[in-house]
Write a protein that binds this ligand. Structure first.
Ligand code: HEC
Length: 107
């Protein structure tokens, strides 16, 4: 009886983990779309930073989320502010996309 309970509990956890993976993937993909629409002109296609005008977003570390959100919403020097253009969800999707491709991301 107990064994069966554990098996059922394990399956439920595995299903939940798979659903979370899919949700993360969708978030990253949405972030990639927003990035190409709003950021790639300056930061380079696919975060390549080959335009020579911006900052390599792949250098941001996991603990720099507050810096990212602040710079994106309020701008910095030649970097425009996106508050009012992008939703909070879009900014979070952008962060998921940047982190998935960061230099220190676990691949
Ligand atoms: C018009 C060109 C331009 C566009 C479009 C642009 N950026 Fe930037 N961005 C810059 C420049 C230039 C810098 C470097 C600012 C500096 O430090 O002088 C920068 C810096 C940044 C930084 C780092 C700021 C810091 O904390 O040092 C982040 C994060 C960033 N951009 C995110 C984005 C995102 C996300 C988008 C798309 C929504 C975007 N940028 C669109 C030009 C742009």
């Amino acid at each position: 009886m107990r064994k069966r309970f554990l098996a059922v509990a394990f399956c439920a956890l595995a299903t939940q983990a798979a659903a979370e993976d899919a949700a993360d993937k969708a978030k990253i993909e949405d972030g990639a779309t927003t990035y190409e629409n709003y950021c790639a002109t300056c930061h380079g296609m696919e975060l390549r930073n080959n335009t020579g005008v911006a900052f390599d977003l792949r250098r941001l570390h996991a603990d720099e989320h507050p810096r990212f959100v602040n710079s994106v919403l309020h701008g910095k020097q030649a970097m425009p502010a996106w508050d009012g253009t992008l939703t909070t969800d879009q900014v979070e999707e952008l962060w998921a996309y940047v982190r998935a491709n960061a230099n220190d991301a676990k691949k």
